[in-house]
Write a protein that binds this ligand. Structure first.
Ligand code: GLN
Length: 197
């Protein structure tokens, strides 16, 4: 399968390492494409949007003319895993902010929701059926509203920090910065199910 990782800014290498680790352990064929230009979007089976700085990533998506094609692919149902800044790119609405990026995920997201003092922290929580996953937050957003058909995967301190809507998984934390690959495996299973692999 061919997985495109948006590689214009941010923590994309860590996602690639997770995919490489899974490919090794389960003897899977996973081709990893770094998305930097429109042609990189051809023939992908799944998309990963990494953490980083969403304002910078959003601008680059526009300048590189990736945004419309990417949005259309996600709306058509390509499995998409988005972490942190990636979640902000996917959100339909941002709290106190009229900016819209891909706007494919029917949730409202508050950027830098934990304030400056609590820049980074980690906790353990269930994520959907995945038990006791280490959640790492770095200047993280959280989700303040979800549509009725969005599934909530994780709640920490009464804040929604993980959701799934159709084939989009949006996480406020960074599974790529742990050596636990279960969330990436879950995402790849969605890719396989869709492609009937
Ligand atoms: N605070 C960042 C933003 O708004 C997201 C942080 C992250 O991806 N670690 O884009």
């Amino acid at each position: 399968m061919r997985i495109g990782v948006l590689a214009v800014q941010g923590a994309f290498i860590e996602h690639e390492q997770q995919l490489a680790s899974i490919a090794n352990r389960f003897d899977e064929q996973i081709e990893c494409i770094e998305i930097r230009q429109k042609t990189d979007l051809e023939d992908l089976d799944g998309i990963i949007l990494p953490g980083g700085e969403s304002t910078v990533q959003g601008k680059l998506l526009k300048n590189l003319e990736l945004i419309d094609t990417l949005q259309a692919m996600i709306l058509r149902g390509i499995p998409t895993l988005a972490t942190c800044a990636g979640l902000i790119l996917l959100a339909k609405t941002l709290e106190n902010d009229s900016t819209k990026h891909l706007a494919t995920l029917p949730v409202t997201v508050q950027r830098n929701a934990y304030g400056r003092q609590l820049g980074s922290f980690s906790v353990s929580s269930n994520v959907g059926e995945i038990e006791s996953f280490p959640l790492i937050f770095i200047r993280a957003p959280y989700i303040t509203e979800v549509s009725a058909d969005t599934r909530i995967l994780t709640v920490v301190d009464q804040h929604i920090v993980g959701v799934e809507y159709k084939n989009q998984i949006g996480l406020a934390f960074h599974p790529e910065m742990t050596n636990d690959t279960r969330i990436h495996e879950y995402f790849l299973q969605k890719v396989k199910d869709l492609a009937n692999m």
